[in-house]
Design a protein around this ligand. Structure first.
Ligand SMILES: *Cc1c(COP(=O)(O)O)cnc(C)c1O
Length: 473
């Protein structure tokens, strides 16, 4: 493809992208496909000869598009939102053509400094104190792994990473997270060498938030048994129900035990941009690290996860490497992001973040958050007033956890009915929801926060849910 052809196709794609967004509602949210459909339609071998882009594009439209799930659809209410607002897409396009690698200041001076500036903007917007420094990681899962690795290094004075098992410390380290913590936490505990059996799952209260009294007892017991409480992962906004752990009380315990406090605010952190929802990060100024994902609720397309640390030296101590072939002339004065995380090579993600922060402005993002939370509150109020329906967790942010169980219906029958109702709404294709198990029982999650989701869509999904259980009471 020469540059003239590139120009032509890029213009056409710009139109296609705008048309896609304009007409997205006419599509099903999820495709009607079975496993293997696309694989069977494509040849087993890569083409030997060059193919014209028009032919590739025809196959994309006829074979690939029909198998896509549409996360930007206004009926997308599954998992959590994954918003890609237009300025973010433009940032992604420019980053793709520059194809710069932000591994060090030397390899990407302006990209490095743009990341420093935008992350400091974000730090101020969510109210983290001066001294915290941010860096973009690919996902919250990676950020939490980075936190556990840093905690391990600090707890062993660096010995574990450098001397391995010979240091003898890692097996004695213990990490803690609530029973409701995301699956990325046990995964990180395994990868960071704590072992899943040395990740204590702390019981939760009736609001599904970590019980600090139980955490305190567990840390004391481990300490008495000769183990080292090294890290607590608190969650601000759990995936199941957006429960917010009592971070200030957890910080108290971490300070007493010298344990690293990491806060996973992957979804809910965005809410802190609004002064009235700052409380979701209460106490987080005392954390050692915190992650939240602009790629969920903050209108930045995947991937863009922002990781903040109170003392950046823990990052460079854990992840720093300086082989001769990577040394630069300004290493003492600049941020070399290769030393702030796991990969060497890094994408230019700060550009789309900068485009989004400037295009929407902080006030535009606040409006989006407030609109989402307003929608969730109206849905929760409507459900609470409807006979047989229950709002089974506090709906304080953009997620509403619902369960239909009229008086007299036993738990197992209600579980089955809620699973069927969820499947019926999803099968119709206008909305997409996911369920979960909360307090041992099946619930239906309605996750709002999509950029294109309007009040009428919330009313629409609520109508379909009621329809799916009608005649069942
Ligand atoms: C979504 C989510 C994650 C995982 O996010 P990734 O960026 O996909 O790794 C972790 N923790 C919580 C609380 C989440 O909601």
């Amino acid at each position: 493809m020469n540059n003239a052809e590139f120009r032509t196709h890029a213009h056409a794609l710009a139109d296609w992208m705008a048309d896609y967004l304009e007409s997205i509602e006419a599509r099903r949210v999820t495709p009607a496909v079975a496993p293997g459909d696309l694989r069977r339609a494509l040849p087993a071998e890569a083409p030997e000869g060059a193919e014209p882009f028009d032919a590739i594009w025809r196959d994309f439209e006829s074979l690939v598009m029909p198998g896509m799930t549409h996360w930007q659809h206004p009926g997308w209410m599954a998992y959590f939102p994954g918003n890609a607002s237009p300025p973010a897409v433009l940032g992604e396009m420019v980053a793709a053509v520059l194809a710069t690698n932000v591994m060090s200041w030397q390899t990407a001076p302006a990209a490095t400094e743009l990341e420093q500036v935008t992350l400091d903007w974000l730090r101020r917007l969510v109210g983290l104190p001066d001294g915290f420094t941010g860096v973009i990681q690919d996902t919250a899962s990676t950020s939490t792994l980075v936190a556990l690795l840093s905690a391990r290094e600090r707890a062993t004075g660096g010995a574990f990473g450098r001397e391995g098992a010979a240091a003898g410390e890692a097996p004695r380290l213990v990490a803690y997270a609530s029973a409701e913590a995301h699956s990325s936490v046990p995964k990180a505990a395994r990868l960071a060498g704590f072992g899943e059996d040395r990740l204590r799952r702390v019981p939760v209260d009736h609001r599904f938030a970590l019980r600090a009294d139980e955490l305190g007892r567990m840390m004391d017991a481990d300490r008495a048994a000769g183990l080292i409480p090294a890290c607590v992962v608190a969650t601000a906004g759990t995936t199941n129900s957006t429960a917010v752990d009592p971070v200030a009380a957890v910080a108290e315990l971490c300070e007493r035990h010298g344990a690293w406090l990491h806060v996973d605010a992957a979804y809910a952190g965005t809410a802190a941009i609004c002064p009235e929802f700052r409380w979701v990060l209460d106490g987080c100024g005392r954390a050692d690290s915190l992650v939240f994902n602009p790629h969920k609720w903050m209108l930045v397309n995947f991937d863009c996860s922002t990781y903040f640390v109170r003392d950046v030296r823990h990052l460079t101590a854990t992840f720093g490497t300086t082989p001769a072939y990577l040394r630069g002339a300004y290493d003492e004065e600049v941020a070399n992001y290769r030393d702030w995380g796991i990969p060497l090579g890094r994408r230019f993600r700060a550009l789309k973040l900068w485009f989004v922060l400037r295009s929407h402005g902080a006030e535009g993002i606040r409006e989006h958050v407030r609109r989402t939370i307003g929608q969730a509150r109206r849905l929760a109020a409507g459900a609470a007033a409807e006979p047989g329906w229950h709002v089974v967790a506090p709906a304080e942010l953009g997620l509403v956890c619902l369960r239909f169980q009229p008086d007299g219906m036993d738990d197992a029958a209600a579980d089955e009915l809620n699973r069927r109702a969820l499947a019926a709404v999803n099968a119709a294709g206008r909305y997409h929801l996911t369920g979960t198990i909360l307090g041992g029982r099946q619930v239906i999650r309605v996750a709002l926060g999509g950029r294109l989701t309007e009040e009428r869509h919330v009313e629409g999904v609520w109508g379909e849910l009621r329809g799916a259980v009608s005649g069942e009471r």
